[in-house]
Design a protein around this ligand. Sequence first.
Ligand SMILES: NC(=O)c1ccc[n+]([C@@H]2O[C@H](COP(=O)([O-])OP(=O)(O)OC[C@H]3O[C@@H](n4cnc5c(N)ncnc54)[C@H](O)[C@@H]3O)[C@@H](O)[C@H]2O)c1
Length: 260
Amino acid sequence: MEKEKNCCGGLSGKVAIITGARRGMGKADALTLARAGVKVVVADISEEECQLVVDEIKKNGGEGLAVKCDVTNKSEVDGLVKKAIDKFGKIDILVNNAGICQFKPFLELTEEEWDRTLDINLKGYFLCAQAVAKEMAKQKSGVIINIASVAMGQMGLGMSGLAHYTASKGGIAALTKTLALELAPYNIRVNAIAPGAIDTPMSSSADMDPKVLEGTLSMIPLHRMGNAQEIANTVLFLVSEKSSYITGSIVVVDGGWLAG
Ligand SMILES: NC(=O)c1ccc[n+]([C@@H]2O[C@H](COP(=O)([O-])OP(=O)(O)OC[C@H]3O[C@@H](n4cnc5c(N)ncnc54)[C@H](O)[C@@H]3O)[C@@H](O)[C@H]2O)c1
């Protein structure tokens, strides 16, 4: 444990909020940052499931706090920030990770489905980033990581059946670059991670039609899905002082998918 704390770029004693952290990548981020000595606020729609992650953090000797927060709800987001400050006194790191991904052909996509995806995946990132950045600006330091996707258009991919999702992820890429400009004067770095196909409850290889899985793997030079820990390792680097000159970047973690 001590060795890990020392090797992780000055993270010991920092405070992080991670959204969507009851499972999947958010949970891996929470456990990984906690192992590096970060006090982690585990936020998601189920407080009970967040508490299970906090219990695991505590069992490993770390510190954490479970908070129920729907990221589309501004008063819950403001409450999340207040609870983090009340408990730990500051916020150094935000990982905007909460998201949904539901396949629907464009011609059948309803307005409600569009709004729900954009509300969680994009508006939620705005609400959390703004509420946390106001605190970070006071202390003149902080790091924000936005989880985008290779399915973000422009420098990434379009993806059939995911017009609403790809629009939200393209929005996250644009938001990341603009926030990097606006928040740099406050010494706040803002970066995005664009994962490829990662084996989590959202896209579980076990639940995939073997033909769809093989079709996906055929596009990935490393010919396998990534795992949540591989994203958490990237988060660890981007929130540490080892990445002190990186801001406004979109780090692609995709087994070579976009290289093809
Ligand atoms: N799995 C992949 O292949 C993949 C690829 C690229 C990007 N991503 C992105 O990575 C992030 C994490 O996804 P994951 O794969 O771990 O999926 P996941 O479904 O396991 O985790 C997403 C989490 O977000 C939470 N969430 C959903 N709506 C919420 C809301 N309104 N408020 C708060 N929390 C909410 C869920 O409860 C869940 O715990 C997402 O932003 C996703 O779009 C995933």
